[in-house]
Write a protein that binds this ligand. Sequence first.
Ligand SMILES: *Cc1c(COP(=O)(O)O)cnc(C)c1O
Length: 417
Amino acid sequence: MAGRNFLFVPGPTNVPDRIQRAMMVSMEDHRSPRFPQLTQTIMAGLREVFRTQSGTPFIFPSSGTGCWEAALTNTLSPGDKVLAARFGQFSHLWIDMCERLGLDVQIVDCEWGTGVPLQQFEDILKADTRHQIKAVLACQNETATGVSSDIAGVREALDEAAHPALLFVDCVSSLGCIDFRFDDWGIDMAVSGSQKGFMLPAGLGILCASPKALAMYPSSKLKRAYFDLPDMIQSNATGYFPYTPALTLMYGLIESLKMISEEGLDNVIARHHYLAEGVRAAVTQGWQLKLCAKEQRWHSDTVSAVMLPEGIAGTEVIARAYHRYNLSLGGGLSKVAGKLFRIGHLGDMNEIHLMAAINGAEMAMLDCGVKVQPGSGAAAAGHYWRTHEAPSGLCAMPKPQEAQSNTPRSSPALTTR
Ligand SMILES: *Cc1c(COP(=O)(O)O)cnc(C)c1O
């Protein structure tokens, strides 16, 4: 098939050429004297992205789901009560894991399209005067519905109730894309993975644990083996791993961390917001369709879930986009299956790249009988992007004085502006 496949599922995301090249390495001995340097580079870089000084980052050869398990089993005991809200497939799956592990989950069911209910959490925590709730779980970015929640607000709810429960956050589809502050928000366990904001293939579970979370280990009675944190801590202390690490992904992660640091984490976050705003303009102003996210405060900067009109099968739109236009859109999961499609706009992305998704989704919708105005998506997104300043990290017009002078500067080595 000519041309490329355009990948817009909200994970795995597009792997930049730089990262692909960085991963083309011969295998090495993971007990070599050189290995600790790799580990140390990665851990230092992860601390920056988690924005933590006190937290300990971990990488596991697993997907993000593995670190959900690591967070729970290293801190809690069977029958422990945890508080969690369910408003999409990922928040649901983490709760399901808790139940399978024998935890007692106090579930707050919320409408899909909304996020963590802060007031309700605060009320529940205040009422729990005997402090039976041991951990509060929050999914920062519900990838199934394109909903972001206010994690600083969850911390405030805990503080308002003066409640000592641990705070566990799923940031799989938000870390390195949406503002995330491990230390400032008093997070105890943050769970992520390689194939979303880090722009890598799947295969690394990424975790960060607070000293308070790590102190729970001796008293926690859930069974663990592969995901045992003290085993990791002991090996990582000298730069090694208790079992064979995913070497190629580690090289990829070093390159990814380098790219994030070159662009600047704040700029990466600003770029995700700017790109997401363009997509939202296409959806709501151009196509006149609704997002699954009910209100602006829930809008996700990494994925937009687009509600289709009644009578249109989302699966057909997605199949049409894939088979006819070689465009991969995300489908609706569980409760919203068939009702929506999702555009992932995270990771290695710019305006024109996103135009492919907007135009391709629009063509597929028109083919499937959705009455949108042809060209309206691109017009609205383009209008947004042309009238708002692009964050650095995206192409920008050269400054006037730079544009005028074509002569190379005398010392090329010093011209990194
Ligand atoms: C992708 C995702 C996960 C699951 O990660 P895997 O790497 O597929 O195990 C968990 N939570 C959220 C919010 C996600 O987007």
